[in-house]
Design a protein around this ligand. Structure first.
Ligand code: FES
Ligand SMILES: [Fe+2]
Length: 421
């Protein structure tokens, strides 16, 4: 249970809030690279309650600017995208990809251009996504996750939006206890063995172990399986504030989710799949496709606005479905959206919620650090490259930490070999 002030602190991303300042310390993936065509209409982007536009010039470079023209506030989404720059159609002020004003047809003295500052933001493209830095000062070291280092055809980033505060989406990712309940239609059918969900063995009371990490938190959830030789271990890597690496039994394939606050009641949620061995194409697990639209810029579009995600009460009554909602992803979205911003002053957290308690504590500490202008990202201490979650069956006497360290060490060695090659 949180106080009202604590709940506000970790949910409210409005400009000027401590949380807004904290989020702006990170590189944020805001669009798929493929969503921006050379010379095409700029795309509107809302992020952290503020409005931006993105465009790609003839030289292939992406510009990311405030949407409002710094002259009289007209939308640059209507601007002309030509000559590697964006020109406002109202009075013709022109901006390069960095946001520098490079022409003012309405001014005799062009030196006025130099006074117009702060319109653009640093951009990087990696993992098939456009990443931006919206904060002040120098950006941190880029988050060079494995999927950001691979050839484009080995990574499939899928974007979607839902109408929920970002934090409850992140909490769902760290909540191991719900898997066998909310998603029991899927786990019962063992439809997705490669992601290890079926291995939860009907055990709804995972035992958590935590390790603080510079990037956030490593959360182990161990499920005792009394009817079998092997126990089930899931290891989730939480990278504050909005990223989680989710367990897969396949060490060469990976899966991560990144949640970003569009505003206080809308989230952008990335599902990122990659495979070091082969191009990923359409080779995604069933749950990644189930019920989703083919559009990778928003695979949830046709679901948005459907009442309770089309919950099928007849199927629930007939024992055909627990949740009445088709697909793992939309089960998660439905519960997240069911209350746009959860009132955490009224909750009762139990032992199944310990990962969430730890995650919130990290957030509160780091938001405070950001507010005091202290280091709060710790990017230089993070080995992003070898981050990967686990979903394993392990002998009952296994030391779960040593087991995980060994896998991590093997991945680090792989990266060294690749760089040496
Ligand atoms: S409002 Fe954009 S140039 Fe005047
Ligand atoms: Fe879930």
């Amino acid at each position: 249970m949180l106080t009202y002030e604590q709940n506000q602190l970790i949910t409210d991303v409005s400009p000027g809030t401590p949380l807004n300042k904290y989020w702006k310390k990170f590189w944020l993936p805001v669009l798929r690279s493929a969503a921006l065509d050379v010379g095409a209409a700029p795309k509107k982007v809302e992020m952290l309650c503020e409005k931006y536009v993105a465009f790609r010039g003839e030289n292939g470079k992406v510009g990311f600017l405030y949407e409002a023209c710094p002259h009289r506030g007209v939308s640059l989404a209507m601007g002309r995208n030509e000559n590697n720059s964006l020109t406002c159609i109202f009075h013709g002020w022109r901006f390069d990809a960095e946001g520098n004003c490079i022409n003012m047809p309405t001014e005799k003295d062009q030196s006025f251009c130099n006074k117009v500052k702060g319109q653009g933001f640093p951009v990087k493209e990696a993992g098939g996504m456009v990443w931006v830095y919206l904060g002040e000062g120098e950006p941190p070291k880029f988050s060079d996750y494995a999927f950001n280092l691979m050839d484009a055809d080995h990574v499939r980033p899928r974007a979607s939006y839902n109408e929920a505060n970002w934090l409850q989406n992140v909490e769902t990712l760290l909540d191991s206890a719900h898997i066998n309940l909310l998603h029991s239609d899927t786990t019962d059918n063992s439809k997705i063995p490669q992601y290890g969900l079926q291995l939860t063995a009907g055990n709804n009371t995972p035992q958590y172990t935590f390790e603080p990490r510079p990037y956030g938190l490593r959360s182990y959830s161990l499920r005792d399986n009394p009817n079998a030789e092997l126990n089930n271990l899931r290891v989730t890597e939480y990278v504050a504030p909005g990223t989680a690496f989710i367990g897969t039994t396949d060490d060469e394939a990976g899966f991560a989710i990144i949640v970003l606050p569009v505003n206080n009641t809308r989230s952008l949620q990335w599902y990122i799949y990659w495979d070091a061995r082969q191009p990923i194409n359409n080779n995604l697990p069933d749950f990644a496709i189930d019920g989703t639209d083919p559009d990778d810029d928003n695979f949830a579009a046709s679901r948005q606005g459907t009442y309770m995600y089309g919950q099928d009460r007849a199927a629930m009554k007939a024992g055909e479905s627990w949740s009445g909602i088709p697909g793992v992803i939309f089960e998660d979205y439905a519960v997240a959206e069911s209350i746009p911003v959860v009132d955490r002053t009224r909750e009762f957290l139990g032992s199944g919620d310990l990962a969430i308690v730890r995650m919130r504590r990290i957030l509160m500490e780091r938001i405070k650090l950001a507010q005091d202008d202290k280091e709060c990202v710790f990017a230089d201490e993070c080995d992003y490259k070898s981050l990967r979650a686990l979903a394993d069956m392990i002998p009952k006497d296994t030391d779960i930490k040593q087991h995980t360290y060994a896998k991590e060490a093997a991945r680090k060695a792989d990266f060294k070999d690749e760089h040496a090659a």
